[in-house]
Design a protein around this ligand. Structure first.
Ligand code: GA4
Length: 325
């Protein structure tokens, strides 16, 4: 059940049929960059189509996920607990948050992936390759989106955002969430359960892909939740807190959640969270600060923000700790 003490956004029951913006990456770059900036300002989420990521790359990692989550509970536990990396069951983060899911949370560094693969797969090499190929592909997509963001914001240095996630020391993570299917029970009984509670992502941006089972919702400014329709062949980009700060609040970091799975099919989503190195400074870029638009956040490092995130509860507004006004 949704707790009475949960944030207003989470208590809102109504949903409305508003479309999440769709951005066709094959269109003219200047048109695309404008569409992306508008979507980042208004929604903090958009869907990308014609993204160029081969289906084979996505389906290979999905296959590895299905194989892993299909294993007996005691075998999966060998890849856990997720503190924070590894296999997690219902526990989220380090401060008592719970959700109706199981997941794998992995640092994207190839060495960490290779190490973790040993407890995830009987053929670790296959998991390692599938994860590394997927990470490379979505990182390219994220970089391309960040180039377009810079272009749409008229920033001459098109690498200003992308270099953060491309740095060899980047702190990006990969998450595979599995929301089990409802078996032999009234599907309506799961409706009020939360799969993964309301939160914003701390990183720069998230690239999300799910199978065709619904569940993801986004919170609009007016507190209404809107469903994000699943589309297995496409990707959603979600703006994170770090990019919100870099743009001095021009972009919104979308608050989102996953409902408990009420379907007879299990839901699986894969998220790449693009993050800078721990020592990177996260501070509003000078372009976004003026007497009319005073600086909203004090400078901090990604390491500091990550520490604040892991000391907080999922639904907390972590950015408030760094706000100046
Ligand atoms: C939300 C976004 C990513 O899934 C994540 C999550 C992380 C975790 O599951 O370990 C956190 C959550 C996320 C934000 C607040 C802290 C940390 C759980 C939690 C309660 C991997 C991330 O980077 O931050």
């Amino acid at each position: 059940m949704v707790a009475a003490s949960s944030p207003a956004c989470m208590r809102a029951k109504k949903t409305k049929a508003v479309g999440i913006p769709v951005v066709d990456l094959s269109l003219d770059r200047s048109v695309v960059s404008e569409l992306i900036v508008k979507a980042c300002e208004e929604y903090g989420i958009f869907k990308v189509i014609n993204h160029g990521i081969p289906w084979e790359i996505t389906s290979r990692l999905e296959g590895e996920g299905v194989r892993f989550f299909g294993k007996p509970a005691d075998v999966k536990q060998r890849a856990g607990p997720a503190t924070p990396f590894g296999y997690g069951l219902k526990n989220i983060g380090l401060n008592g948050d719970k959700g109706e899911l199981e997941y794998l949370l992995l640092h994207t560094d190839p060495f960490s992936i290779a190490e973790r693969s040993k407890s995830i797969s009987n053929e670790p090499q296959n998991f390692t390759c599938a994860a590394n190929d997927y990470i490379e592909a979505v990182k390219e997509l994220a970089s391309e989106v960040l180039h377009l963001v810079a272009q749409g914001l008229w920033i001459p240095d098109k690498h200003v955002f992308s270099r953060q996630i491309r740095d060899v020391q980047n702190d990006s993570v990969l998450r595979i969430n599995h929301y089990p299917a409802v078996k032999n029970q009234d599907p309506s009984s799961k409706v009020d359960e939360i799969g993964f509670g309301e939160h914003s992502d701390p990183q720069i941006l998230t690239v999300l892909r799910s199978n065709d089972v619904a569940g993801l919702e986004i919170c609009m400014n007016d507190g209404l939740w809107i469903p994000v329709p699943p589309d297995p062949t496409q990707f959603y980009v979600i703006i994170g807190d770090a990019l919100r700060v870099l743009t001095n609040g021009k972009f919104v970091s979308a608050r989102h959640r996953a409902l408990g799975n009420s379907s007879r099919n299990s839901r699986m989503s894969m998220m790449y969270f693009g993050a800078p190195p721990l020592t990177a400074s996260i501070s509003p870029l000078p372009q976004f600060v003026s007497p009319q638009n005073p600086r909203l956040y004090r400078p901090f490092t990604w390491g500091e923000y990550k520490k604040a995130a892991y000391s907080s509860r999922l639904g907390d507004c972590r950015l408030d700790l760094f706000k100046l006004r």
